[in-house]
Design a protein around this ligand. Sequence first.
Ligand SMILES: [Zn+2]
Length: 189
Amino acid sequence: MEGFDCPTCNRGEIVMAKGPGRRMRYRHIPDLEIPAELELPTCSACGERWLDAEATRRLESALESAYRTALARKAEQAIEALRPHVAQRDLERLLGISAGLLSKLKNGKETSGPMVAVLMLLAEKPHRVEALQRLWALVPEQAGVGPMRIRRSEEPLRPSLFKEVPKASARLHVSVDEKASPLLLRLVA
Ligand SMILES: [Zn+2]
C-alpha cells in the first residue's frame, strides 16, 4: 500500500508514519493513544491512514496493549483515591470480589472494564462506599435488629461445654387470695 497516491486528496503519497498524539476510540475508551512508535501507512498531505490487513493486525495488537495499560492506570488512580475511605480488603469484600483482585487490576495482571468502571464511580464520590454497604442489605434497616452474633470455636462443640455454663435458677413465690379466678388458682397450685 506504501508509495501510492492518496485517493482522498489526490495530492499526497502514502508513507509509513509514526509519532505521538494519534488517538482513536477503542472498545469503551473514546480517545486511546496509538503507541508513538507504531508505523502506519499515512497520507503525507491529508493525514488519512490506509490500513491493509497487515497494518490492521499491528494496530489492533498495539491498541489492545495500550488499552490494558490505560485500564491498569485508571484502576490504580481509583484505588489510591479510595484508600483514605476504605481498606483494600474491605473494598474487595464490599464488591464481592476475591482477595487480591484489586492489586491484580492495579498492576495489569487482570483487566476488567466493568470492575474499573465501578472503582472510578466510587472514587469520584467516596461516600458511595458507605451507601453500597447499606444497599447490599436484603431488608430495610429496622430499629433493634442487628446481625446475628456468632462466635467461632476451634474445638468441636461437645455436650460438656454446655454443662460448664452455670445454670440460672430462681424460685418464685406466688400467692393469690381466694377471690382469684379458678384458672389462676389452678396455675398457682
Ligand atoms: Zn491524502
